[in-house]
Design a protein around this ligand. Structure first.
Ligand SMILES: O=C(O)CCC(=O)C(=O)O
Length: 322
């Protein structure tokens, strides 16, 4: 009964407005009832561990354990470590510190046992990984049972040149990963990228379109690009997709060869910084709340207003000919 009334209502309207028969209209109608937040998204507290990493791997792993324990005591259900958290960052170190991803490797073993003992999701920053004779910049993710539920190999390698300031070419030693990573947690799906990956908006957008409520980026920006882009990129990925974004850096060590920017940050789906810090060691906490996402998505309805009929990559580009 109700359907008939609705149908005849629309039939009447369409007679008077041919636009309503167009493809873009039917696209919008098909997506009109799409829920505002991913169905599996639940509230939780996240803790970003801005670790003071040294050249001593065992010390770094011990330090990570005690910081994660503190974050869990303070209510974190998910914790994030920084990029290259258990070694110095630099081409000259990757080979020496590299590990394989297997249960007997020190970092796998430590993160697995921390996650299981403390019953927490551990996004294990990244480590130099050795695989099939190549080196990768790799992140492991463990669930609260200690199971490895995700492996992300940095896709976009950090090759930049700022004359007189800094030059870095990760591709001299590392190979790039070839796939996106989305992990399923009890709090929802989360997309994962490593540092320079944050500069490529497609990764976050595709993850968001596939139901991710958050992107996590372990990173180690520097004193040149950190002040320029670290916060801007996290906010951009968040506001473009109306998702949460968390970027976790090592603390700055001015006696090391690479000086990390620090400023680990969580940004909300409205693009506002929820929580951040300076360059010193510490933990950044944020409460992740589906209501906040629903609210911004209700006010600014990007998800129902997208015009894939105009800019879908799978269709030929439609240019304005006027
Ligand atoms: O994109 C940047 O400016 C910094 C990236 C970086 O440090 C990295 O990918 O390790």
């Amino acid at each position: 009964m109700f359907t008939n009334v609705t149908t005849s209502f629309w039939q009447g309207i369409r007679k008077t407005n041919p636009f309503l028969l167009s493809k873009s209209f039917s696209y919008r109608m098909n997506h009109f009832n799409a829920s505002l937040v991913p169905k599996d998204f639940r509230p939780f507290r996240i803790g970003l561990i801005q670790l003071a990493s040294t050249s001593n791997k065992d010390e770094n792993l011990k330090n990570a354990r005690s910081q994660i324990s503190e974050a869990v005591q303070n209510g974190s259900k998910m914790v994030v470590l920084p990029e290259c958290f258990n070694s110095p960052y630099g081409n000259q170190y990757f080979n020496e510190y590299a590990e394989t991803i297997e249960k007997t490797s020190p970092t796998y073993n430590t993160l697995h046992s921390i996650a299981k003992e403390l019953k927490v999701y551990v996004f294990g920053g990244s480590i130099p990984e050795r695989k099939d004779g190549e080196l990768y910049n790799t992140s492991m993710v463990f669930n609260p049972y200690g199971d490895l539920i995700g492996i992300h190999r940095k896709i976009h390698l950090f090759d930049v040149d700022f004359p007189g300031k800094m030059t870095f070419r990760e591709s001299e030693t590392l190979k790039s990963g070839n796939s996106m990573t989305i992990v399923e947690t009890e709090f929802g799906k989360i997309g994962l990228g490593i540092c320079y990956d944050i500069r490529f908006p497609e990764l976050a957008t595709v993850a968001a379109r596939n139901g991710c409520s958050m992107m996590i980026y372990p990173g180690a920006f520097n004193l040149t690009t950190g002040p320029l882009h670290w916060e801007l990129l996290a906010r951009a990925r968040a506001v473009d997709n109306q998702i949460y974004v968390a970027s976790c850096s090592p603390a700055r060590d001015v006696s090391a060869t690479y000086h990390a920017w620090g400023h680990s940050t969580v940004v909300g789906p409205d693009g506002v910084v929820l929580s951040t810090m300076d360059e010193k060691p510490g933990i950044v906490y944020a409460d992740i709340d589906p209501e906040k996402m629903a609210s911004i998505r209700k006010s600014i309805s990007l998800y129902t207003q997208r015009r894939f009929d105009i800019y879908s990559e799978t269709k030929p580009l439609k240019l304005n000919e006027n």
